[in-house]
Design a protein around this ligand. Structure first.
Ligand SMILES: CC(=O)SCCNC(=O)CCNC(=O)[C@H](O)C(C)(C)COP(=O)(O)OP(=O)(O)OC[C@H]1O[C@@H](n2cnc3c(N)ncnc32)[C@H](O)[C@@H]1OP(=O)(O)O
Length: 211
């Protein structure tokens, strides 16, 4: 019998996660939760209600979960609650990604189709390596970070907790992207990014930060 998994979230990110889980076939998906009362199934997967249902599901034998929510702070908060409830957060890894044998992964991580994680990189809990993103050798991607589709990180880059790298951005070697910072879509990072800052452009420069 396959282990049962519940998906937290029912938006676009959840659609991709469900697609990957269905194609790998390792888990039985019992349904999704949604805070927004959506009632439409996702590709045949039912919306079960909001997160109040999670303790009930756990008592019924659903011990695994995946948090399919793109917002880094929300994902972090939910992951803390899930641990209190006793859930084990699974990794969802597309069979069309490449992960080096020397790379290390935490838990609750999404690795989407076309993503590459090269030698000796470390991906911490709850991070998202989105579609076609490349994480080169010796990177460290800390917990709750999101590397959006098509980003390219050169060697020895460190992305600190909760940072968000927008679609198609690039980072030159050995730079540090500070915690809970935001790098705008298409930006090229050539200097370290400070914690809690927002940078955009080529080369990336600091703008306002309202979050
Ligand atoms: C599968 C998925 O969909 S995963 C999700 C992927 N999502 C993304 O990649 C979204 C990335 N988001 C962005 O790039 C956004 O533009 C943000 C977060 C940087 C916007 O931040 P905000 O603070 O709202 O910036 P705002 O829109 O007010 O723009 C401020 C200035 O920065 C500029 N700017 C905003 N984004 C960018 C960017 N990516 N590159 C260059 N300049 C930019 C604006 O033109 C504006 O300049 P101006 O003051 O000269 O007019």
């Amino acid at each position: 019998m396959k282990p049962k998994v519940v998906i937290i979230g029912a938006g676009g990110h959840a659609k991709v996660i469900i697609d990957i889980l269905k194609s790998c076939g390792e888990y039985e998906i019992v349904g999704c939760t949604s805070a927004f009362g959506n009632d439409k199934d996702i590709d045949g997967v039912s919306i079960l209600g909001d997160d109040k249902i999670l303790p009930i599901l756990f008592n019924k034998g659903v011990k695994h979960a995946f948090i399919a929510i793109g917002d880094n702070k929300v994902r972090k908060n939910i992951s803390e609650n899930m641990k209190i409830l006793g859930y084990q957060l699974i990794n969802v890894i597309s069979s069309f990604s490449y992960i080096a044998s020397s790379a290390k992964l935490g838990e609750g991580i999404a690795v989407m189709p076309g993503a590459v994680i090269n030698a000796y990189s470390r991906i911490h809990d709850n991070a998202i390596i989105n579609t076609g993103a490349t994480i080169d050798h010796d990177n460290e991607i800390e917990s709750h970070a999101h590397i959006a589709p098509g980003c390219n990180l050169a060697g020895n880059v460190k992305v600190e907790e909760g940072a968000f790298l927008g679609v198609g951005c690039r980072v030159i070697p050995e730079k540090i992207i500070g915690k809970w910072s935001i790098v705008g879509a298409g930006s090229v990072v050539i200097r370290d990014v400070e914690n809690y800052t927002k940078v955009v452009g080529v080369p990336a420069r600091k703008i306002n930060y309202k979050n």
